[in-house]
Design a protein around this ligand. Sequence first.
Ligand code: ADP
Ligand code: MG
Length: 240
Amino acid sequence: MKKVIEVKQLYKLYRVGDSIVRALNGVDFEIYEGEFCAIVGTSGSGKSTLLNMLAGLERPTKGEVIISDQHIEKLNEDQLVKFRRDHVGFIFQSFHLLGTMNATENVALPLSFQGVPKAVRMKKADQMLDLVNLKKHKKHYPSQMSGGQQQRVGVARALVVNPKIIFADEPTGNLDSHTSEEVMTLMQQVVRKQKKTLVMVTHDNHLASYADRIFHIIDGKIVKIEDNRKESEEDHHEEK
Ligand code: ADP
Ligand code: MG
């Protein structure tokens, strides 16, 4: 399997007044193509900090983040903007949809940053909304959709630029438990169908159980990596 994300001895220290907070305290792991990985831990354990480092939204204090053979920690601001625009999709807890745009226009938005012509943008957005089962809501504005529907739009928007990797920070944090399950099932299916790598952060062990592998984080350290696929893997004979 191809390695798509590699983290080596990653540290993020924040100075708060006179003291130092070790938000990430020496993290190492690898994520492979097509995996759905969940990072699970309690509030303040360092999940968002870790995701922000992976996505190139924040710089590490020390250590390496290698994504698709690129050292993210060495990129300058312009290179980071380009990296995020072309290689990763984001799904946010609060959806981050624009209220003045309908579902199709919201999904198409990331393509306009890439300079894709309007007709192509609309066609791709349309296809993505089919994929997340929002055929009947394409012309709806965010205020005319439920939370679950809005997050489906969020998932479609993350996928529209055809990124290899999708990052999601508490993507169901604003949804009730039933709707959360639906959105998780959708993300799981879509990621599998589209062969994406998904890295999701959550404080909820049950939601984490949708992932192929579960990374447990406590006080800025990965203390355990659980493999959820064990049983199905035993069916195959691994090639050497
Ligand atoms: P989680 O997402 O797991 O709730 P965070 O990654 O947001 O945790 O935070 C991890 C730790 O780092 C917490 O102790 C938090 O207070 C601290 N922290 C996060 N961001 C900052 C910041 N910008 N300045 C100072 N401390 C921060
Ligand atoms: Mg957080």
